[in-house]
Design a protein around this ligand. Structure first.
Ligand code: BGC
Length: 708
C-alpha cells in the first residue's frame, strides 16, 4: 500500500497533489457540472460529496480513472441516521442506551449507502451538548461524554467494520472536533469559550474514543475555541490528536471552513487561510477550493513547504488505498440490489430502533398503554399525520413517506374508531381549527394529542432562542385540557421542549423525538404496550430555557442549590430541578434496586466490581437500563456531583430478579489535576447506581481508595 502511495506521490504535479486535497459538493445546485467534470478528468478533484446518484457517480469515477494518474475519487455523504431506511435521530437513538443497536443501524445504513457508491460518511457526530437551543443537538448523542464515547465506538464499528476495503465498510468521520456543542447561547457557528479542563473532561473524550476505535477521518468544527478556530487549531489537531492520541487518518474540513478563517478574523486572504489550515493538520478542504487556489501562492510565499502538502496528500491516498479503491473502484456500486429479505430486515430494524428510542416521560394512573377498552380515539394535532416530519434532520436519500402516527395507531388498533383532526399548524397558521378538535375530543373516550416541532427546527443553522412548543399548539392543548378529560401527549421533536404546563396537565407524555421511516409503528408499539418502553433521556430536560445549561454532572459549588436557602445556587423564579433528569424514562412495570455491593477498599490501579440487584415488581416483562455514577467528594480539584462511569441493561420477566455487575477501571478513579494530568488521590469515593441521575433515588455506597 505504501509503495503505491510513494510511487504516486513521486510522480504527481503540484496541481494533482492539490486535487487530492480538494473535495467538491456535486449535489447542491447551482454548480457548473461541465467545469467540474473537466477538473475531475484533469485530476484536480480528489473527492466529491452529496451525490446519491450511482449513475453519475460511476461516470465521474470513470473520468477520474481516466485521468493521468488514474486516482479514484472518494464519495462522501452525511449518513447520520440511515440512507433510504431512516432510523431515529442520533439524540433519540442515544436514548436507547444500546451500543449493539447503535452499531447495527450504522452497519445496515452502509448496505444502502455502499450500493450508491458512497465510500465515506461524515458521521458519527460526537458533539456533547448541554444547550437545547442549539439546533444540532438533534444530531448528537446527548450531554454526557461517557455516553458519546460509547456511541462513537459502536458507530465506528458499524460504519467501518473490521476491514475498510470490504464492500460492507465505509470510512467514518468523527465530527465536529471540538466543543461545537458549547457555542455561545446555542447559536449555530458561534464562538466557544470553555476552559481547557472542560475541553479535556467533556468535549474531547468522545473523539479520543473514536481514534482508539480506528476512525478514518476527523472533521474539525466550524467554531473557534477561545479565539482559535478549530480549522486552525494545530495544538489540538496536530499535537493532541495526531501526536498524543496517535491518529493516522485524514482530517477533512467542514464545509467552506478553510475560507471562513478570513471571516473569523485570523487570515487576510485565501492563501493565508489555506496555509493556516494545512499547517494545523487539515488535509482535505471541503468545497471552498481554498487549497487549490491558495496553496500555490502559499508555497511561493514560504508559508508552507512541499513536504507539508505531501504529508496531507499521503494521508488521502492512504485512505483511498485502505478503502480498496485502487483495486476495485466500483465494487460497492456493483453489489447486487438489495433482496426482499434485506429490505424487510432493514424495515424491522427501523421499527425496533424506533420503539427502543421512545421515552415515556409521564404515565399517571396507567393511562398508557392503550387497550381494547379505548374504543373511540381522538388523535389531535399537527404531527399526527405528518409523513415528512417524522424523519427529522439529515435524511438525504429517504423517500418522502414514513409511517405516520395516525397510520401506526390505525394499524395497531384495527378495531378502534380513530379519528384525526389537525387543530392547528405546527407553526404559524391560525386557531380556527381548534373548535373542531375540541368537538372530536368531547365525543371520544381517549384523547391523544400529537404536538411538537417541525423537523427543520433542529439541525444545522436551526438554533432556537425559545425551546417551547411553536405556533398555536399551546392554545390547542389548553382547549383540550379544559375538557377535564385525561389526555395522552405524543411529542415529536429534535430537542427537549420546555412546556411545564403540559407536563403538569397531561396524564401521560411520550417523547418520540423524530424516529424515521417506521416512526408511527414504533410509537404505536409503545402506546399499545406491544413494546414496554425502555428508553431513557440522554439529556437533562429543562423545565425552562432559563435553566440552560443544566446537566447531571454539574459541580456542587460552595453554596449548593437548596430551595430552603436563599443564598444558594439557584434562580429565584425557577425550580432548581429540571423537568426530567438525565436517564429519566418510565416503563409499564416497576423495577426495584437493592443490595448494592462495593468492596470497602481498593488500591490505586485495581479494578473494582460493583454489583446491584434489580427486580421487576410489576406484571409485565421489560428491559431496564441502570446507570453507574461515581463521585469523588474531596479532591484537590472540585469534582462533579455525579460522573457517569457505566450503564447496563437487564431484561426481566415479571417477578424476576437479576444481579447486574459493573466494572470500574483504574482510570475511572482518576481526574485531571491542576495541570490537566491524570491523577489518583486517596480517599473515599461514592459509588451510586440508579435508574436515572435523580440523586434522591440513587443507591450509594462508599469505597476507600488507597494510593499504591
Ligand atoms: C456540516 C457538516 C457536514 C457537512 C457536509 C456542514 O455544513 O456542518 O456536519 O458533514 O456540511 O454535508
Amino acid at each position: 500500500m505504501s509503495d503505491l502511495v510513494d510511487r504516486l506521490l513521486a510522480s504527481m504535479t503540484l496541481e494533482e497533489k492539490l486535487g487530492q486535497l480538494n473535495m467538491i459538493d456535486a449535489g447542491t445546485p447551482p454548480y457548473d457540472e461541465a467545469e467540474m467534470e473537466r477538473q475531475i478528468a484533469a485530476g484536480r478533484i480528489g473527492s466529491l460529496l452529496n451525490i446519491r446518484d450511482p449513475e453519475r457517480l460511476n461516470r465521474w469515477q470513470a473520468m477520474a480513472l481516466g485521468s493521468r494518474l488514474k486516482i479514484p475519487l472518494i464519495f462522501g455523504l452525511d449518513v447520520l441516521h440511515g440512507h433510504y431506511t431512516i432510523y431515529p435521530l442520533p439524540i433519540a437513538e442515544a436514548c436507547a442506551f444500546d451500543p449493539e443497536l447503535w452499531e447495527r443501524t450504522a452497519k445496515i445504513s452502509v448496505e444502502e449507502t455502499g450500493r450508491d457508491g458512497i465510500t465515506m460518511t461524515f458521521a458519527p457526530m460526537l458533539d456533547v451538548c448541554r444547550d437545547p437551543r442549539w439546533g444540532r443537538i438533534a444530531e448528537c448523542p446527548g450531554e454526557d461524554a461517557y455516553v458519546a464515547s460509547r456511541f462513537a465506538e459502536a458507530k465506528i464499528r458499524g460504519y467501518q467494520g473490521t476491514d475498510l476495503s470490504r464492500r460492507e465498510s465505509i470510512a467514518a468521520t468523527a465530527k465536529h472536533l471540538g466543543a461545537y456543542g458549547a457555542v455561545e447561547a446555542g447559536r449555530d457557528y458561534g464562538s466557544v469559550n470553555v476552559s481547557e479542563r472542560q475541553l479535556a473532561e467533556t468535549y474531547l473524550p468522545p473523539f479520543e474514543a473514536a481514534v482508539k476505535a480506528g476512525v478514518s477521518s476527523i472533521m474539525p468544527a466550524f467554531n473557534d475555541v477561545a479565539g482559535i478556530p478549530m480549522t486552525a487549531h494545530g495544538d489540538l489537531l496536530n499535537d493532541l490528536v495526531r501526536e498524543t492520541w496517535g491518529f493516522e487518518g485524514v482530517m477533512v474540513s467542514d464545509y467552506t471552513a478553510v475560507a471562513e478563517l478570513i471571516a473569523h478574523g485570523i487570515a487576510d486572504d485565501l492563501t493565508h487561510a489555506a496555509s493556516i489550515a494545512l499547517m494545523a493538520g487539515v488535509d482535505i478542504d471541503m468545497q471552498d477550493q481554498a487549497y487549490v487556489q491558495g496553496l500555490p501562492k502559499a508555497l511561493e510565499r514560504g508559508l508552507v513547504t512541499m513536504a507539508d502538502i505531501d504529508r496531507a496528500v499521503r494521508r488521502v491516498l492512504t485512505l483511498k488505498a485502505k478503502l480498496g479503491l485502487f483495486d476495485e473502484p466500483y465494487r460497492r456500486v456493483s453489489a447486487p440490489p438489495l433482496s426482499e429479505t434485506q429490505v424487510k430486515e432493514f424495515t424491522a430494524l427501523a421499527r425496533d430502533s424506533a420503539r427502543r428510542s421512545v421515552v415515556l416521560l409521564k404515565n399517571d394512573n396507567n393511562t398508557l398503554p392503550i387497550t381494547s377498552k379505548n374504543k373511540k380515539i381522538a388523535l389531535i394535532g399537527p404531527l399526527a399525520d405528518a409523513p415528512l416530519e417524522m424523519f427529522g434532520c439529515w435524511f438525504a436519500a429517504a423517500p418522502l413517506e414514513s409511517v405516520t402516527i395516525l397510520h401506526g395507531l390505525k394499524t395497531a388498533l384495527p378495531n378502534a374508531d380513530i379519528r384525526h383532526v389537525k387543530g392547528v399548524e405546527i407553526e404559524g397558521g391560525d386557531t380556527n381549527g381548534i373548535a373542531e378538535a375540541v368537538a372530536l375530543a368531547k365525543a371520544s373516550d381517549t384523547i391523544v394529542l400529537s404536538l411538537g416541532e417541525t423537523k427543520d427546527m433542529t439541525g444545522e443553522a436551526h438554533s432556537r432562542g425559545r425551546i417551547e412548543l411553536p405556533g398555536h399548539q399551546r392554545a390547542l392543548a389548553e382547549a383540550i385540557f379544559a375538557l377535564g378529560k385525561p389526555v395522552i401527549v405524543v411529542l415529536s421533536h429534535g430537542r427537549p421542549v420546555a412546556a411545564p404546563w403540559l407536563f403538569e396537565r397531561a396524564e401521560a407524555v411520550v417523547s418520540s423525538w423524530f424516529l424515521g421511516s417506521e416512526a408511527g409503528h414504533g410509537i404505536a408499539d409503545v402506546m399499545t404496550g406491544k413494546w414496554n418502553p425502555s428508553a431513557k433521556l440522554c439529556v437533562t430536560w429543562p423545565y425552562d430555557g432559563g435553566q440552560i445549561p443544566i446537566f447531571h454532572s454539574q459541580r456542587s459549588t460552595g453554596r449548593p442549590a437548596n430551595p430552603e436557602v436563599y443564598f444558594s445556587t439557584r434562580h429565584v423564579d425557577l425550580p432548581i430541578e429540571p423537568q426530567f433528569p438525565f436517564g429519566h424514562g418510565l416503563s409499564y412495570t416497576r423495577y426495584a434496586l437493592s443490595n448494592l455491593k462495593v468492596p470497602s477498599e481498593f488500591t490505586e490501579g485495581d479494578t473494582v466490581t460493583v454489583a446491584v440487584d434489580v427486580s421487576n415488581e410489576g406484571s409485565v416483562a421489560g428491559e431496564e437500563t441502570l446507570f453507574l455514577f461515581l463521585r469523588d467528594p474531596v479532591a484537590s480539584i472540585a469534582r462533579p456531583v455525579l460522573e457517569l462511569k457505566g450503564f447496563a441493561k437487564a431484561t426481566l420477566k415479571s417477578g424476576e430478579r437479576k444481579t447486574v455487575c459493573f466494572t470500574l477501571k483504574p482510570a475511572d478513579f482518576e481526574f485531571l489535576d491542576k495541570n490537566l494530568q491524570p491523577r489518583f488521590e486517596s480517599g473515599a469515593f461514592e459509588v451510586s447506581v440508579g435508574q436515572s441521575a435523580d440523586r434522591t433515588k440513587l443507591l450509594t455506597a462508599k469505597v476507600q481508595g488507597n494510593a499504591r
